[in-house]
Design a binder for this molecule. Structure first.
Ligand code: GLU
Length: 291
């Protein structure tokens, strides 16, 4: 017998949800319901400086309004920091992490001054590896007194993990995380990065199927590698297309899309909006008149 399906929606409470989030939440919820599975909600609030309780409250109200019901209590990443620390220790013991003392400015300068063209990864210019070259003595000298993040030595990690794949909508995809360069796994200002926390939590919550927007498809290369390094189970992935407005732009606050909260408070019927979003329609008329 195959294991029962478990999906999740994992918003970061750094702002209000917009209709694009609604589409992602409904896709994950419907996937579980259609298979008699469970749907979980996880609040990704490791970014203490940008996460706000008021956003969490609005997110929960928006999801309920769209008719989404979650199983089990909501999980908050801010309560799982010890778990992330343990995984970092394990990767450190494997010799795969190094402390990085560079500021954003220093990295930008280094890239600008480099003779070779910068490598552009899925998240922007790739870290040039400056601190990877520091010897142990240099690290020991600086670590106590200087702010630092922890980076994954990507080449070493890829060599250790060997060839990896995942399935996306049932199709086999070869993981190629090298393009990301030495990603940050513990930030200077947060005890874990998105990549580490999301991978660990999906495993801890027993997520069998990750249904999320295709904007996160590239990040899956890194997540697949972390699963291999940390001996975590491999979920199936189902990245879906993003909803776009009439100009082909993603629906986000910055291009004027109203938040779900604004629509809710304006009296829009949540069930009717959910039906439109499920059908891939963005009822722009509602937005213009009510938001
Ligand atoms: N917290 C992430 C975000 O809001 C999504 C995580 C995921 O679905 O993998 O973009």
């Amino acid at each position: 017998m195959t294991a029962p399906v478990v999906t999740r929606f994992a918003p970061s409470p750094t702002g209000r949800l917009h209709p694009g989030h609604g589409v992602a939440a409904l896709a994950a919820y419907d996937f579980a319901v259609a298979r008699g599975g469970r749907f979980l909600l996880r609040i990704e609030d490791i970014d203490g400086a940008r996460s706000r309780t008021e956003h969490v409250e609005a997110i929960l109200a928006d999801l309920r309004w769209l008719g989404i019901v979650w199983d089990e209590p909501v999980v908050f990443q801010s309560q799982r920091l010890a778990w992330y620390e343990a995984a970092l220790d394990r990767l450190r013991a494997l010799g795969l992490l190094y402390p990085c003392f560079c500021t954003r400015k220093e990295i930008a300068r280094e890239i600008a001054e480099s003779m070779s063209a910068p490598h552009i990864g899925p998240d922007g210019p790739v870290y040039p590896g400056t601190c990877r070259a520091l010897g142990q003595a240099g690290r020991d000298r600086r670590i106590a007194g200087e702010a630092h993040c922890w980076r994954l030595d990507m080449a070493k990690a890829v060599a250790m993990a060997g060839e990896l794949h995942w399935t996306d909508h049932g199709r086999r995809v070869r993981a190629d995380p090298l393009a990301y360069g030495d990603v940050v796994l513990a930030r200077k200002d947060a005890p874990a990065s998105y990549h580490l926390a999301v991978t660990l939590d999906d495993a801890a919550q027993g997520i069998t199927d990750i249904v999320r927007g295709e904007d996160l498809f590239p990040a899956t290369h890194v997540h697949r590698l972390l699963q291999a390094l940390l001996d975590l189970p491999l979920p199936r992935y189902h990245h879906h297309a993003l909803v776009r407005d009439g100009n082909g732009e993603r629906l986000a606050k910055r291009n004027g899309a109203p938040t779900l909260e604004a629509l809710r408070l304006a009296g829009v019927d949540g069930a009717a909006l959910a039906a439109e979003l499920r059908a891939g329609r963005v009822p722009l008329g509602i937005f213009a008149s009510k938001a």
